[in-house]
Ligand binder design. Structure first.
Ligand code: FMN
Length: 352
């Protein structure tokens, strides 16, 4: 989850503590937020980056700590495309204004498959040509090399939420047949796969549907997932939306926001493309997550905002599902005390 708190792409102590909490909290995989493969691919001035070797040590410190807690360190490689050069959410989540410039956040040139801006009042992107494509592939290749150097064990390519690769895929922001629109994103995926160690998992996050009339559909996602599988991708991470507004914080959505609202996409891609999937979106309770996994609707579940609410969500889930009655999964620094307190709480009638 983007924290919009980096400096010139460098992670700060905020990111170390923020991500460290989830590792301490029992997560199996901890993903570093959408991290830009080139400076102009940042959503905001506060995005994390991996376009320079100087970014490696800060990321390595996070990866090392996450691993020390028994979790797999992961990073999401991103390019914001025509959603780049925005204000941080708390300053408007919209195009940069004079107030942002006064804070030192100036707009920059943005690139996309189209010269159409995201909407009225948004920056007009410069259309990407063949030379840009080659430069972008080089940027992804170098980013993968840096992710390896930093010690990440899982890599995710961000191809969702209206950012660069999604904007290639969607008929809302690109033209041509589905095959033509998939061409560049698939080149990126193959370039990344070739640079990323063969034994380490590669995920791709997609917007399973645009949720807009005439947009990308779940049938398109199934077709893409088959290509991703043939390109050596291990998991498709099934999100949705974002080609026009925010994927998570837009004012209104056609697809009703109910618990597990994107789970049907993970299920469909899993069954129809024979691809491992990760489900995300309003997965709130351990029972809900367990049911999705046990029923074979997804192979993994991703917890975002609920983990902000409770960074110990996985440990609490293990307890609730009876998988960790003795609190052995907790970091020993906490677990040793909490196990003893549990016996007391049982005696006092606070626990069954
Ligand atoms: C603060 C915040 C930052 C986010 N940053 C990212 C990101 O970097 N990459 C991404 O793919 N999704 C990002 N998302 C979307 C989440 O990964 C997730 O798909 C969405 O919040 C729905 O899941 P949830 O109901 O568990 O929060 C972000 C969401 C939030 C709330």
């Amino acid at each position: 989850m983007c924290q919009y708190s980096a400096r010139e792409g460098h992670v700060t102590d905020w990111h170390f503590v923020h991500l460290g909490k989830f590792a301490q909290g029992g997560a199996g995989i901890v993903f570093v937020e959408a991290t830009a493969v080139e400076a102009r691919g940042r959503i905001t001035h506060g995005d994390t980056g991996i376009w320079d070797d100087a970014h490696i040590p800060g990321l390595a410190r996070i990866a090392d700590f996450v691993r020390s807690q028994g979790a797999a360190p992961a990073i999401q490689l991103a390019h914001a495309g025509r959603k780049a050069s925005m204000a941080r959410p708390w300053y408007g989540n919209a195009p940069l204004t004079d107030a942002d410039v006064a804070r030192g956040d100036k707009p920059w040139e943005i690139v996309a498959p189209t010269s159409e801006p995201l909407g009225e009042g948004w920056l007009r992107p410069r259309p990407i040509g063949e030379r840009d494509e080659e430069m972008l592939l080089d940027a992804y290749r170098a980013a993968v090399r840096r992710a390896v150097a930093a010690g990440f064990e899982v890599l995710e390519i961000h191809a969702a939420h209206g950012y660069l690769l999604h904007s290639f895929l969607s008929p809302i922001s690109n033209h041509g047949t589905r095959e033509e629109r998939m061409r560049f994103p698939l080149r990126v995926v193959r370039t990344v796969r070739a640079a990323w160690p063969a034994e380490r998992p590669l995920f791709v996050r997609v917007s399973s549907i645009d949720d807009i009339e005439g947009g990308w559909t779940i049938e398109d996602t199934v077709a893409l997932a088959k290509e991703l599988k043939a390109s050596g991708v291990d998991v498709v991470d099934c999100s949705s939306g974002g080609i026009q507004g925010s994927a998570t914080a837009a004012a209104k959505f056609m697809l009703p926001r109910v618990p597990g609202f994107q789970l049907p996409f993970a299920e469909r891609v899993r069954k129809e493309a024979g691809m491992k999937t990760m489900a995300v979106g309003l997965i709130l309770t351990p029972e809900q997550a367990e049911e999705a996994l046990a029923a074979g609707r997804a192979d993994l579940v991703a917890i975002a905002r609920e983990a902000l609410y409770d960074p110990n969500w996985p440990l609490h889930a293990a307890q609730a599902l009876g998988a960790d009655p003795q609190m052995e999964r907790w970091p020993v620094q906490y677990g040793w005390w909490l196990t003893r307190r549990e016996s007391l709480l049982r005696k006092l009638g606070f626990r069954r």
